[in-house]
Design a protein around this ligand. Structure first.
Ligand code: NAD
Ligand code: DAU
Length: 358
């Protein structure tokens, strides 16, 4: 075993940020296994071209033979599992891919990792980690005055996406409890930042605003999410990998609860300042209310006390600093947005928003 790690889903939004962050901060090679679904984009990793610390492998976490081969060849000291179908609206329209990758794929990955881990010597077995990246959505929806989610909250997933993530979390837990596999799980709130695919609220609003399109707000826009700058999430995962207690879960959040409507208004205000409309009006004029998401969770909030107290992690960005950086990043990377929005994404937008504005 050596210092290499295998990252799955490392061409997606958080995975790519993590790979870049890892190579910046750690002197260790990353093997990046990604299926390159509509959400995977090698352009996110363009800055690593020719860098021997990054080995990209095009493949599926459910391909047992390939996973086995990678484990045997590279003998990693850790596997970090980001690979997933991640978009709630897509899970409502078509849950099957979510079950296939998030549940069945994670199961196959766990089986191969277990076999690899069983073949290590005692020292290597105790050093190895399988870190599973999960979400706050597994805990369900909070009322206005409920305390934020703690690691001890009951799982109550409400969408096919969150149910599939909950199922994978349970499998990961069971592989520790039953087989002793040294696992760690992180449950994080909504991320935002560079390379965020413009099907999700923040990049969609920035993209639509600049394109002169409507800014769709589901329902009454009073749903609350906790927002975390993606690089803070990456730092949290690094810290949990380094010092997390085996078998434990850690909630990761930014202490930034915001109603959706406020997020959209903030984006409009920053864009008004950094890239004003030609007609001098505010981007807020483009806001429209559309049909709500079925089963839309009302509020998520993360209590990240455990990660802060036990492992000394703290987010570096406030929402105000992180969101400004994010808008500036999109303004500076319009070519990236253009490349991304020219694919399958376009037909998805047509289906989703045609239904909502009927
Ligand atoms: P994303 O959709 O941007 O990226 C997912 C990546 O996984 C893509 O590169 C895709 O090609 C790859 N992938 C999908 N199926 C695969 C398979 N079968 N085998 C190999 N690769 C596959 O997702 P994201 O927003 O970066 O989220 C990454 C992880 O973090 C997910 O597990 C998600 O549940 C979790 N998470 C996301 C957020 C968030 O706000 N985005 C918050 C908390 C947790
Ligand atoms: O909480 C963590 C989760 O955050 C992750 O596990 C998911 O992978 C990630 O996609 C994200 O899920 P959300 O459903 O919260 O993110 P999304 O950006 O799709 O939506 C954020 C909120 O904005 C949600 O309440 C729905 C609303 N929304 C979304 C879109 C795309 C709108 O009002 N209009 C929109 O057009």
């Amino acid at each position: 075993m050596n210092n290499k790690i295998i990252v799955t889903g490392g061409a997606g939004f958080i995975g790519a940020n993590f790979v870049l962050d890892w190579i910046d901060n750690c002197d260790a090679t990353v093997i990046n296994l990604d299926k390159l679904t509509y959400a995977g984009n090698l352009e996110n990793l363009a800055s690593l071209e020719g860098n021997p610390s990054h080995i990209f492998v095009h493949g599926d976490i459910g391909d047992r033979k390939l996973v086995q081969q990678l484990l045997v060849e590279h003998r990693p000291r850790a596997v970090v599992n980001f690979a997933a179908e991640s978009h709630v609206d897509r899970s409502i329209h078509g849950p099957e891919d979510f079950i296939q990758t998030n549940v069945v794929g994670t199961f196959h990955l766990l089986e191969e990792v277990r076999a690899y881990w069983n073949g290590l010597d005692d020292q290597e077995r105790s050093d190895f980690r399988f870190l599973h990246v999960s979400t706050d959505e597994v805990y369900g929806s909070l009322g206005k005055d409920d305390p934020a989610f703690k690691e001890t909250n009951r799982y109550e997933p409400n969408s096919p996406y969150s149910a599939s993530k909950a199922a994978s979390d349970h499998l990961v837990r069971a592989y520790h409890h039953t087989y002793g596999l040294p696992v760690l799980t992180t449950n994080c709130s909504n991320n935002y930042g560079p390379y965020h695919f413009p099907e999700k609220l923040i990049p969609l609003v920035i993209h639509n605003a600049l394109a002169g399109k409507p800014l769709p707000i589901y329902g009454d826009g009073q749903q609350i999410r906790d927002w975390l700058y993606v690089k803070d999430h990456c730092a949290a995962i690094r810290r949990v990998l380094e010092a997390g207690e085996v078998g434990e879960t850690y909630n990761v959040g930014g202490w930034n609860e915001k109603p959706n409507i406020e997020v959209v208004q903030t984006l409009c205000d920053i864009l008004d300042e950094l890239s004003p409309r030609d007609d001098g009006k505010s981007y807020r004029e483009q806001m429209i209310f559309v049909t709500d998401r079925p089963g839309h969770d009302r509020r998520y909030a993360i209590d990240a006390t455990r990660l802060e107290r036990e492992l000394g992690w703290k987010p570096a960005e406030t929402f105000e600093t992180g969101i400004r950086k994010t808008v500036q990043w999109y303004l500076d990377h319009q070519d990236w947005v253009q490349h991304v929005t020219s694919g399958e994404y376009r037909s998805w937008v047509a289906t989703n928003y045609a239904e909502r504005t009927k």
